[in-house]
Design a protein around this ligand. Sequence first.
Ligand code: B12
Ligand code: SF4
Length: 485
Amino acid sequence: MIAPGSRPLKVKFILPALKEASDPQWRPIKYSLFPPLGLATLAAYLRPEDHAVISDEHVEPLQLDDAPELVVIQVYITNAYRAYRTADLYRSRGAFVCLGGLHVTALPEEAAVHADCIFLGPGEQTFPFFLKDFRAGRPERIYTSTTGRTLDRVPPIRRDLIRRASYLVPNSIVVTRGCPQHCDFCYKDAFFQGGKGFYTQRVDDALAEIARLPGRHLYFLDDHLLGDRRFSEALFEGMKGMRRLFQGAATVDSILRGNLIEHAAEAGLRSLFVGFETLTPDNLRRSNKRQNLGRDYKAVADRLHSLGIMINGSFVFGMDDDGEDVFRRTVDWAVERGITTATFHIQTPYPGTQLHARMEREGRMLTRDWNLYDTRHVVYQPTRLRPEALKDGYDWAYREFYRWESIGRAALHHGTLKHQAKHFFYASGWKKSEPVWDLLIRARQLARVTPLLEAVLSRVTGRKPQQTRPAEAQLLPVIQPETMV
Ligand code: B12
Ligand code: SF4
């Protein structure tokens, strides 16, 4: 290749969608929630004179009639085939194609066939190295992130490349990487192999990033926002004067431990994604989900509710100790505990994880069609359930949890009439209004909802937290990423 040297680069960053989200006839709202922060993070390492675009197929069709010289594609397991096809196309036209992300890290040999260069692990350290090599005309075939991982003084992410109007939550933010835990089904240990598995931004950098975001509402996409006590405490302290309202994710034990969750509530936390995963201790033990073992899930729910924090509970079906009764037990528990929204998953052994290795050893993997690895399909042989029964039970759980009667019963869990009405209105509003969201997306009117969301939130300005709960929490629980399976 001819070294680009010091002339400006023409770079295209692409986040391909999974199959279902690429269908213009049906794009569920969940794919229009969050912008591609990973790609915007990488774009920050370009020079000001370089020309960059970010194309997110979740929110717009991929335009393939352009001629970038460098193409950077983020590969998840479910978008892998589309990512490879796009990579092949650009390579056939002479572009230099880089592939990176979770799936590339898990299966580098598979990805390498479709790329000029692949990246393993997080990109903050490797991508700037690559850019230097690329400009000098001698890029390597593979860049692996190992030692020296840090978020200290990383350049501010290129939010100017994100079309805010295309997303319901343009104010998504990530202030840490990884997680201090080691659940055997999680992507995390494989992705961060060879270096630090959990690290944070400097608190002042995180606060500066927050200050740059307009409006009040924020969504922290970190795997575990309460994972580093000192960092989180300082972050929440700094946020107290900022009048923000935010959502995030955390583990069961971190909610029960000390008073960090109170600090979070005071700083504006209004809804939390909690990885309950399973009500069966043997499942937790086998999954190495030690942080949940012996914890009182009821106490977790009660504590969050007492602080006015809505709960999006995450539950996994199909673990080895799950029998036919798991679906009803789980849904009953969630309804009885007043969980506002629930995210159910069929256990999915991702390549690279301990769980996948065990399933392979036991000869239990049923397919390698990555399109099916979306936590809605059964891709392995369960022990105590037939695959069809697992799929049916999963579908039943969603229907049952979001039935009018269940929503009503869950809402009644809360003490005050206001709180009950809020729960009922929004849990139902979310799951029962998918066609409305769909219409808004297709009519490209989503941008109108974002200010509405913030307007509803801002009405509560200046009131005491307890009094503001009903109004502000109303729209918040509807937004739920599929984090922490
Ligand atoms: C937000 C989110 C979403 C959002 C939007 C995704 C987006 N816009 O990026 C939505 C809701 C659309 C979504 C959907 C899905 N998601 Co999702 N999602 C996430 C979440 C919570 C955060 C992603 C994020 O912003 N991370 C922060 C940024 C800074 O990191 P990053 O994106 O990983 O990018 C860094 C590196 O990966 C690397 N990198 C990435 N690409 C490249 C490319 C190159 C060339 C280089 C150099 C580096 C590089 O550099 C970046 C900086 O370090 C993650 C959990 C997680 N912690 O990652 C799950 C996660 C990625 N999702 C997951 C899944 C399963 C799904 C769904 C299948 C769920 C479903 N049932 O529909 C779909 C499929 C999406 C798809 N396109 O295929 C899994 C992926 C498992 C896997 N092995 O691939 C995760 C890990 C959750 C989990 N724990 O299981 N998701
Ligand atoms: S599942 Fe959640 S708690 Fe467990 S390692 Fe992954 S991110 Fe951490």
